[in-house]
Write a protein that binds this ligand. Structure first.
Ligand code: NI
Length: 204
C-alpha cells in the first residue's frame, strides 16, 4: 500500500520543474559533480544543508506555515510586556526568548563538537532587571546568534548530517530540524502570551 502510494505521488510529480531539478541533482551526485556546483540558480544543485537553513530562516524571519515567525511575533513586544506573567505559573515572553538564546548557544557549541545543554537549568537563564535596553540586548543576541547558527548549518559538511554532533547527543540532522521545531513551538507560545497580556489589560 505504501509503495503504491509512493508510485502515485511519483507519477503525479514526475513532470514538475522541481522534480526535474532534483533528477539533475541526483545525476550530478551520481557523477560526482556535486561539489563543483554552487549557488541557487535554476537547474543548479541545492544542498540539503541549504534547504534546512532556508526552513530555519522562514521560522525566524517570515513565511513559515506555523504562523508568525519569531521576529514577527516579537516586533511589537516591549520590555514591560516581555517581563509580564499574564498566565499564572507559565513563563514570561522574556524567559522564553532567553530560553531560545540559550538553546541557540548550546547548539552552536554542539556544532563545534562540545558537549553542551546537559542540564535543564542550562536552557533557562535568569531574566535581567526589566529595562528597555536590556530587552533590546536580549532580542539583539537572539538575532545575532540565529544568523551565526544559520550560517553554521549552511556550511556544515553535508556528508556528516547523519553523524552525532556530540558523543551523547543525536545527529546533526535531528539537531538542526529540532531547532526549527523548537523555535516554532515557542513562537506560538509567545503569540498566546501577547494575547493573554492584552486581555488582562483590557479587563483591568
Ligand atoms: Ni523549549
Amino acid at each position: 500500500m505504501i509503495a503504491d502510494f509512493r508510485a502515485v505521488i511519483l507519477a503525479q510529480t514526475k513532470s514538475t520543474k522541481t522534480d526535474r531539478k532534483l533528477d539533475r541533482h541526483r545525476i550530478a551526485v551520481f557523477n560526482g559533480e556535486e561539489s563543483s556546483k554552487q549557488g541557487r540558480q535554476e537547474g543548479e544543485t541545492v544542498h540539503e544543508v541549504e534547504r534546512i537553513a532556508d526552513q530555519a530562516q522562514k521560522m525566524f524571519e517570515g513565511g513559515a506555515w506555523h504562523g508568525p515567525s519569531v521576529l514577527e511575533v516579537l516586533a511589537d513586544v516591549d520590555a514591560n510586556m516581555a517581563a509580564t506573567h499574564p498566565i499564572a505559573g507559565a513563563h514570561s515572553i522574556w524567559e522564553l526568548v532567553l530560553h531560545l538564546v540559550a538553546t541557540q548557544a548550546i547548539l552552536l557549541r554542539r556544532i563545534r563538537g562540545e558537549s553542551a545543554g546537559l542540564k535543564t537549568e542550562d536552557f533557562w537563564p535568569a531574566v535581567p532587571p526589566p529595562t528597555e535596553s536590556a530587552w533590546a540586548d536580549t532580542v539583539a543576541r537572539l538575532e545575532q546568534q540565529e544568523a551565526e547558527l544559520r550560517h553554521a548549518i549552511r556550511v556544515f559538511p553535508e556528508e556528516r548530517l547523519d553523524d552525532r554532533l556530540t558523543a551523547e547527543g543525536s545527529s546533526a540532522y535531528n539537531n538542526f530540524h529540532g531547532h526549527v521545531q523548537h523555535s516554532a513551538y515557542h513562537a506560538g507560545q509567545i503569540s498566546l502570551l501577547k494575547k493573554a497580556t492584552c486581555l488582562k489589560r483590557d479587563t483591568q
